[in-house]
Ligand binder design. Structure first.
Ligand SMILES: [Zn+2]
Length: 449
């Protein structure tokens, strides 16, 4: 089956490439880029007229906590910085059930897909007693909605009684954590090209995990060749915690536990000094930039261009839905555009730089070379936007308009050559039923705490 996505209004490809007359998709990959004024070289089975749509490589989210969709705008968490915000939410999250994880995973994924996201990484680190096999439940959820996924087996092992931040009811012992990490890698991790599901290991943060667990997790990741992920350098409070309790700044800690390398991607990466940025670049460690969350919690600004210039790839993440509080990737591109433009100036950070974070930058974070770019041989992951809303009326450059004029929703979405959204409608998921159940469970969770 060969489909020609014909004559797009605009298409996001490298400057050197002419794909003015669209792309041909065969099975799960892009087979041909069609030059302006040309036709596909081989026979075509179907044609999609894209003359009123902007075509992007599917956007890639590199950091999320899907379960947090159940606690958006939670009253007790409002107007707080990271540590007090976490302390207000941990007791609520401790009540998570298996069904809540399943439904919140699905809801977050369809919310992302509707905004142009075709691959997403989730960081699940909460394993209350009722949900020992949270990753298995998430696997089921992501498969049902059909999004390409990186699921990270997160962990917390240092509770309040040992000087950490989370309550005891949300942590696990380290042997249980490591055994389960190995189990889910063996059961689900697929490293082949075009993989729809891979697993990474993700101890939560310096203030909820021990030095030993960081070291053991690193060994396990090396043994199975999977990626490592954690939160780092998000706030000044975290830096102070590290100095006081661990005897060094966050980056030195990362180095001491043998995580400073190109197999690691870090969420946030804000509070690094010049020397630390140079070290990160030299190591090739990647950063997931989460602009909305950073602004929401008042955490600070990730120095995106400095990191890129030093050699660290930077991707984009919406972060959990209790600190965003939405999972909208194209909106996150706009946030990154505005925040970095404020910091670096209008001539240094444009809409292309912002879009690149969510595509090629994010692909680098997840260690993928088969997604994040429209090129021959890439996976056919495409996000197509129609510029027919009021906010686009009168727009000149269609690609810039997506970012500048406030795009929210895709018209069509393709993942691995299969349509997931067509003319605005989800083909495989009953969105209304999902939302009703999610709202019920969110209320139940919040009222139980
Ligand atoms: Zn996070």
């Amino acid at each position: 089956m060969r489909t020609w996505i014909k004559s797009p209004l605009a298409i996001s490809v490298s400057e050197r490439i002419d794909a003015g007359n669209g792309v041909v998709v065969q099975e799960d990959h892009i087979e041909e880029l069609v030059k302006t004024g040309s036709k596909p070289q081989r026979e075509i089975d179907s044609i999609i007229d894209a003359s009123d749509q902007v075509v992007l490589p599917g956007l890639i989210n590199t950091h999320h906590h899907y379960y947090q969709t159940l606690t958006r705008a939670a009253p007790d968490s409002l107007n707080k910085g990271l540590f007090p915000w976490l302390k207000s939410l941990y007791p609520i999250w401790a009540g998570l059930t298996e069904e809540m994880i399943h439904v919140s995973t699905q809801l977050a994924c369809v919310e992302l897909m509707r905004s142009g996201c075709t691959t997403s990484a989730d960081h699940h680190y909460l394993f209350p007693h009722a949900v020992n096999e949270a990753l298995d439940i998430q696997v089921e959820g992501v498969k049902q909605v059909g999004i390409r996924s990186m699921l990270t087996r997160g962990s917390m092992s240092v509770g309040i009684n040992q000087g950490g931040l989370p309550p005891e009811s949300t942590i696990q012992d380290e042997e249980t954590i490591l055994n389960d990490c190995e189990r889910v890698i063996g059961k689900y991790h697929d490293a082949s090209p075009g993989s729809m599901l891979s697993i990474a290991l993700a101890p939560c943060s310096p203030f909820s995990v021990s030095r030993e667990l960081m070291l053991e997790t690193r060994k396990l990741a090396q043994k199975h060749n999977v990626k490592l992920h954690t939160h780092l350098a998000e706030t000044e409070d975290e830096s102070n915690y590290c100095i006081e309790k661990l005897g060094c700044r966050p980056l030195q800690y990362l180095e001491e536990v043998d995580w400073l390398n190109d197999n690691t991607w870090l969420a946030h990466g804000i509070h690094f000094n010049k020397t630390e940025i140079a070290k990160l670049g030299q190591a090739g460690t990647q950063i997931s930039h989460c602009p909305t969350s950073n602004m929401m919690l008042g955490s600070g600004h990730c120095r995106v261009l400095d990191l890129q210039e030093s050699g660290s790839p930077v991707g984009l993440g919406v972060d959990g839905s209790a600190s965003n509080d939405c999972s909208n990737m194209i909106q996150e591109v706009r946030q990154a555009f505005l925040l970095n433009r404020l910091h670096y100036g209008a001539d240094r950070f444009g809409h292309i730089e912002a879009l690149n974070l969510a595509t090629s930058g994010s692909a680098a974070c997840l260690g993928r070379t088969d997604i994040g770019e429209i090129k021959v041989g890439s996976q056919a992951d495409l996000a197509m936007f129609k510029l027919d809303e009021l906010s686009f009326s009168g727009a000149g450059d269609p690609l810039a308009a997506l970012v500048l004029c406030n795009a929210h929703k895709v018209h069509n979405l393709m993942i691995a050559g299969k349509w997931k959204v067509q003319e605005g409608d989800f083909l495989d998921t009953d969105i209304n039923a999902l939302q009703t159940r999610h709202e019920y469970l969110a209320q139940k969770l919040q009222s139980a705490a």
